[in-house]
Design a binder for this molecule. Sequence first.
Ligand code: SF4
Length: 375
Amino acid sequence: MNSKSFKSVFEKYNWGELVDDIYSKTSDNVQDALYKSKRTLDDFKALISPAAKPYLEQMAQLSHELTQKRFGKTIQMYVPLYLSNECQNICTYCGFSFDNKIKRKTLTDAEIIKEAKAIKSMGYDHVLLVTGEANTTVGVDYLKNAMRVVRPYFSHIALEVQPLDENDYLLLAAEGLNTVLVYQETYHEEDYKLHHPKGKKSNFNYRLETPDRLGKAGIHKIGLGTLIGLEDWRVDSFFTALHLEYLEKTYWQTKYSISFPRLRPFSGGLEPKVEMNDHELVQLICAFRIFNEEVELSMSTRESEKFRDHIIKLGITSMSAGSKTNPGGYVIDKQSLEQFEISDERTPAEIATIIRRQGYEPVWKDWDYALQKKN
Ligand code: SF4
């Protein structure tokens, strides 16, 4: 059995040394990274460094070209279906945190069907099921059942739920699970502990090794990312790129995506420790594209209308639209507390129109489960 994991790679790096390295990159380093055809992790450091700021136009142009070459003029549409806000973890930045006194809700089968039909009526054939991390109420059995309930409505099912053991992923893969998103939140181990003081999520290494368990279970696509604002985004992004490179080499049959969630306000919320402005987010998205031409880059409704309209051509490949981040948010209980505030509240149809106006085609269906069964 393959017992290797990303932990052994991660442990070779020191946060402070990475800060020094990234912040000492020069214009020459950035130009080198821009003009070569294949980039290394050291080039990625240059592209996310402050020295790359004057090269943003050039980076955007290159990112645009590389994305079109690999993905054509398409944007994949996706939407979350929140099944539950029950959570046994304390996370300092989340509205569903165990210590936040909110009404807890887990959808029943009948409620899941109502929500699934509402999402289907928006045009989606692809759904992202989301829960808090509560093993007793939304553990593997609940997820397995929920997947069976939504299966008739969607050809692609993704999960953003608690990290699971490899056997659980194998079981869910047999039920038609295509994609799992699992964000590390931050790779800064000490700060990770401060932000996750209680619950299973406080185990940094178990989370860090989750993509390994997904890769070993043969999950079709794995989504990575950090919560931008918890720590220095440049160093956290370097670790995401390192993680991506390791996973691509180790589980080469799996596809990968990166998301860029910036801390958003929520009831009783945490202020970001480190602010990232819009220019820096564009820089980061372009840097990932220039570093890796294959990886899917995803943009959620956390970001503003203006920013999302602008970013369509600059490197991203998927976008959510019409999202609700509360269980029952589409039909059952529209007023319940959201996990975080949505910034872009336009409907999927409106977003599709904006995408088409820019000469791109919105794609409502990701990869089909039927294809997986044939392979
Ligand atoms: S981020 Fe996830 S694990 Fe943490 S409190 Fe929110 S729902 Fe629970």
